[in-house]
Design a protein around this ligand. Structure first.
Ligand SMILES: *[C@@H]1O[C@H](CO)[C@@H](O)[C@H](O)[C@H]1NC(C)=O
Ligand SMILES: *[C@@H]1O[C@H](CO)[C@@H](O)[C@H](O)[C@H]1NC(C)=O
Ligand SMILES: *[C@@H]1O[C@H](CO)[C@@H](O)[C@H](O)[C@H]1NC(C)=O
Ligand SMILES: *[C@@H]1O[C@H](CO)[C@@H](O)[C@H](O)[C@H]1NC(C)=O
Ligand SMILES: *[C@@H]1O[C@H](CO)[C@@H](O)[C@H](O)[C@H]1NC(C)=O
Ligand SMILES: *[C@@H]1O[C@H](CO)[C@@H](O)[C@H](O)[C@H]1NC(C)=O
Ligand SMILES: *[C@@H]1O[C@H](CO)[C@@H](O)[C@H](O)[C@H]1NC(C)=O
Ligand SMILES: *[C@@H]1O[C@H](CO)[C@@H](O)[C@H](O)[C@H]1NC(C)=O
Ligand SMILES: *[C@@H]1O[C@H](CO)[C@@H](O)[C@H](O)[C@H]1NC(C)=O
Length: 897
């Protein structure tokens, strides 16, 4: 028909082209075929025909698909008025295929543009494929099987919205004459009602047909006994019974509503321990057809079990298993514990010396088979032969809270070993005995520890790894023990071939655990290997407190506190010290075992801020700021300054004192003029002196030398010296007074000298003689002194010895002090040196150079220190030693005081 029409149209087209001049009213373009349904992936050919006009030819035509011009290569020109095009069908989308006429600038085109265009829409789809996995089920409805027969199948292949696939479910009851039940649907499942009652013991043939505009196809036919499609409800009223005489078994019974006349059923049973995931199936062979009860066996005593039952048509391979019945939970009865209790101990320091406090603790046996109510404990000292047999079992109730029971605590002497035996008791009976032996402390090392213990976190658990002890003794098991300070200890036992295990108890993060592994040698506890470990490390909760310990000018020592154990939350890996004086922040990282650090290269007298960061591998915590200021002066710098200032001050003082010495003379002269007292006149004394003066050289010549050499180291000297000093004192005192009487001159003035001479002359002949000699010489000295000219050689030698004369100065300032001084000095002074001096001095005058050597040697050889002050004393009543030289020794003179 279509072909005929096309031909007709073509004929018309030819006709039209034959009459080009005539303009017909119904000329147009036409595309054939109209509204095609196309299969994806094929090529489609369409023809465009020009009808009723010769104004346009096939050469003027072109095609567009979805707005895009189809290339010329896909065109096939049939004749002058017909053009074919072939397009591949690739996209599922519906598209327009248009035939158009090229625009020519003629009046015809302008007026007839709308007529010279035609298009068709291309609907696309897939040929339906065979439905698969057809399955049908007839469910239970109370005592019957429902007549609602449900089927489901798997749709295969693709379909488009424009070309959808529909299904028809056919169900035929065989043998039977009627038409199969026909149930159309768009979905992949449907239900069909099979008459009034379920066709028990008949055959059902089921199939499904898929169809669309591109074709249709049938599924495989399912031809089975009606019982094959039945799925019953699970057994109802499932009950489980436990019997005390059978602690490892449970009895199950149940009912089912479907009468066996309609359907014979078979059952299956599964069970699991409460809290576990996997089910244990009872072998199907054990659950014979049509049973109503079953006894589960080989269960654990005192365990909760969850039980389920399900059923199906008992005919081999027929029917579906019902759903599982609701879970029924039942606990098996108790039985005697079948494993030993887990015995352990905690050892602490005892109250008394050489004693351990041993606490025995235990956990229930793994196979407690009931509720443990108590433990029987026996502690035995193997050496104690007397009480061995009499040691009684002690019954200790199980801890009401927690899994660990404290059994007994004993104080055990270090040298003693002990054995502990324990049975656990539940309501049915007693367990076997567990035992633990504790060795005398000294012998503990005989039981070697495990080697190379490693503790590390891994996947949320704390793992341990070790190597077996290097021991000839056989390890029977290991105990892994862990504890946190302040919390109860926990442990677990491991088989003797274990070298790697994870701690099974609950561990907290950020807490430091002390983990130990003990090898157990046939009950004897070996030496532990210990480690600290964290399950997970975090940043410390607290930061250390940093404080300045000592500051210098360019350095400062900081101390910081250790973070408390509870706040550390990890192993401190290092500390970082930060410090800044305002601009740049410096930091220094120091190892974790330090608690003090000295910052160097600081600026003096500068305020520094410092803080410290404590780090673990889990993070770090920064402390508060602490400020300190460096010193203005370095260590010792201050002291130097102080010493310098002190020295300066001392210098000034001394200078002042020296000035005073001069000024005093002046003052004395000015304000305290010496008025000669006629009553006290020394003129009388004077005259006898002159003759003496003449004598002295003689005596000197005789005595001076001889006495010197003999008496230098003579003990007698002491006595004489004492006397001499005594006389000196007098002399000084007197000379002071008398000299003042003479007027004007200083302590060393010649008049004084002469006075003392006279006194001493009475006391001691030798001394007097020498003094006299001096006094006679000295009068010449003042001129030298005043003129600041150096004295003659012998005099210098003399003065140098008298330099250290402390009293000399005192004499100037305070005659009383001088006196005391003198007496003291004389008491302390060794006796001989003055002697030497005395002897020397005259010698210096008589034969200066010769005597100088023995003179110097003598005091130095004995004791130069002591010699000097004595010399001073000797010099101090000597006339006019030059002030400068007397000043210097003054310092030295003070020192001994
Ligand atoms: C469609 O046409 C193209 C080119 O004309 C050809 O290569 C291809 O094989 C054809 N496809 C089918 C399914 O015929
Ligand atoms: C042109 O297309 C028509 C269908 O529209 C088809 O029947 C005919 O065979 C095609 N001719 C050629 C030469 O491809
Ligand atoms: C039937 O279709 C539903 C969704 O339309 C799908 O979830 C189900 O798996 C299909 N069943 C089969 C047997 O393919
Ligand atoms: C299950 O067993 C109990 C006790 O043995 C009995 O009383 C009950 O009737 C039984 N139920 C069934 C359905 O057999
Ligand atoms: C066992 O089951 C009971 C109730 O069925 C429940 O209360 C109990 O917590 C369960 N025990 C375990 C260890 O799962
Ligand atoms: C439970 O069964 C699965 C496999 O069926 C197994 O991988 C798993 O280890 C079992 N779990 C226990 C606790 O037995
Ligand atoms: C503990 O168990 C042992 C056997 O393992 C037994 O000989 C002992 O008598 C038991 N102790 C008590 C107190 O029953
Ligand atoms: C094991 O112990 C023995 C003696 O106690 C010693 O000679 C040996 O070196 C040890 N071996 C190791 C690996 O420590
Ligand atoms: C330890 O020994 C037990 C048998 O006693 C064995 O089952 C287990 O695999 C062994 N474990 C190792 C790590 O050798």
């Amino acid at each position: 028909m279509v072909c005929a029409r096309v031909l007709q149209l073509l004929a018309l087209a030819c006709l039209g082209s034959a009459l080009p001049a005539r303009v017909e009213a119904d000329y147009y373009l036409m595309v054939v075929p109209q509204s095609p349904v196309l299969e994806m992936g094929t090529n489609f050919t369409a023809t465009c025909v020009i009808i009723n006009t010769s104004e346009v030819t096939a050469d003027d035509l072109y095609w567009t698909l979805a707005g895009t011009t189809v290339p010329k290569e896909q065109y096939t020109k049939i004749n002058g008025s017909a053009l074919n095009v072939t397009v591949p069908i690739t996209s599922e989308k519906t598209e327009w295929l248009m035939c158009k006429c090229k625009k020519k600038n003629t009046l015809f085109f302008i007026h007839n543009e709308g007529k010279l265009i035609h298009g068709i829409d291309l609907k696309k789809g897939y040929v339906p494929e065979k439905p698969e996995n057809l399955s049908c089920v007839a469910v239970q409805q109370k005592q019957y099987i429902s007549t609602n027969f449900s089927c489901e199948w798997q749709t295969v292949g693709r379909q488009t919205a424009t070309v959808p696939t529909s299904y028809i479910l056919y169900t035929a009851v065989l043998p039977g004459s009627g038409q199969p039940y026909k149930e159309p649907t768009q979905k992949n499942n449907t239900q069909v009602k099979l008459g009034d009652t379920f066709p028990h013991y008949m055959t059902l043939e089921v199939w499904v047909e898929a169809h669309n505009k591109l074709g249709k196809i049938e599924s495989e036919h399912l031809k089975e006994d009606s019982g094959w499609f039945v799925k019953t409800d699970p057994p109802s009223d499932v009950k489980v019974f436990s019997e005390n005489s059978f602690p490892t078994s449970l009895l199950i019974n149940w009912t089912h509503l479907i009468p066996t006349i309609r359907l014979k059923l078979t059952y299956r049973i599964r069970y699991r321990q409460n809290g576990t995931q996997n089910w244990t199936d009872v072998p199907l062979g054990d659950t014979a057809s049509n049973i109503k009860s079953f006894r589960l066996q080989d269960l654990q005593p005192y365990q909760e079990y969850e039980i389920q039952v399900s059923c199906k048509n008992s005919r081999e391979g027929h029917g579906y298993w019902s759903d599982w019945s609701t879970i029924v939970t039942k606990r098996t009865p108790e039985a005697r514990p079948t494993s030993k209790p887990d015995l352990w101990r905690v050892i602490a320091e005892g109250d008394r010396k050489n004693e351990r406090r041993v606490k025995f603790i235990c956990k229930d046996p793994v196979l407690a088979n009931g509720r443990i109510v108590s433990f029987d404990v026996k502690i035995q000292d193997p050496k104690d032969k007397v009480r061995n047999g009499s040691l009684e079992w002690k019954n200790i109730p199980r801890s009401s809270q927690g899994k660990i029971t404290d059994l007994k605590q004993i104080d055990l002497a270090d040298q003693k070993s002990v054995r502990v035996y324990i049975n656990a008791t539940n309501s049915v009976g007693k367990s076997d005995e567990a035992s633990l032996f504790i060795l005398a402390k000294a012998r503990e090392s005989e039981l070697a520890p495990v080697e190379e213990l490693k503790v590390f976190p891994h996947r949320g658990q704390l793992w341990l790894e070790w190597k077996p002890p290097n021991s000839t003794k056989l390890v029977s098991e290991y105990v892994v023990e862990w504890w946190v300070e302040g919390a109860q200890i926990d442990w677990q036992k491991e088989k003797r071939n274990t070298t790697r295990t994870a701690i099974k108890g609950h561990l907290d993060k950020f807490v430091c655990y002390n983990v130990s592994v003990y090898p157990i040698y046939n009950g004897w506890i070996g030496k532990p290997a210990r480690k600290e470990a964290y399950l997970e490390q975090g940043a410390p909760l607290e930061a250390p407190i940093v404080r300045l310990h000592k500051a210098g000018r360019n350095q400062a020592t900081l101390n910081w506190t250790e973070i408390s154990r509870g706040s550390r939350r990890g192993f401190i890996t290092n500390y970082t010290i930060f410090y800044t004086s305002g601009t740049e922040v410096h930091n220094i990282t120091v190892p974790a075992n330090t608690a003090s650090y000295t910052l160097t290269s600081l600026s003096g007298n500068t305020k520094y801020d410092t803080w410290i960061k404590a780090s673990t591998i889990g993070g770090s915590k920064i402390s508060f700021n602490h400020s300190f200021t460096t010193l203005r002066y370095a260590q010792g710098e201050m002291e130097l300054i102080v010493v310098g200032v002190s020295l300066g001050f001392l210098f000034i003082v001394v200078m002042t004192m020296l000035l005073c010495v001069y000024k005093k003379d002046v003052l004395k002269e000015n304000f305290w003029p010496q008025i000669p007292d006629p009553g006290e006149s020394t003129i009388g004394n004077w005259s006898p002196d002159y003759p003496l003066k003449a004598e002295t050289p003689r005596e000197n010549g005789l005595l001076g030398i001889s006495v010197l050499d003999v008496d230098v180291c003579d003990g007698k000297c002491v006595f004489e010296e004492d006397k001499a000093s005594l006389s000196l004192k007098k002399g000084k005192y007197l000379s002071e007074e008398h000299s003042s009487g003479i007027g004007g001159s200083s302590c060393m003035s010649s008049p004084r000298q002469s006075v003392s001479d006279s006194d001493e002359g009475g006391d001691m002949a030798d001394t007097t003689a020498s003094t006299v000699q001096y006094s006679s010489v000295v009068p010449a000295a003042p001129s030298g002194y005043k003129g600041q000219t150096p004295n003659s050689q012998p005099q210098q030698a003399l003065f140098s010895r008298s330099e250290s004369t402390q009293p000399l100065l005192d004499c100037e300032e305070n005659p009383d002090v001088l006196q005391q001084e003198g007496s003291r000095q004389s008491q302390r002074s060794p006796p001989r040196p003055p002697r030497c001096t005395d002897g020397a001095d005259p010698a210096g005058i008589a034969e200066q150079q010769e005597l100088l050597e023995p003179l110097d040697f003598c005091p130095l050889g004995e004791d130069s220190e002591q010699a000097t002050p004595v010399d001073g004393q000797a010099a101090d009543w000597l006339p006019a030693p030059p002030p400068l030289s007397s000043y210097m020794p003054q310092l030295g003179g003070y020192r001994p005081q």
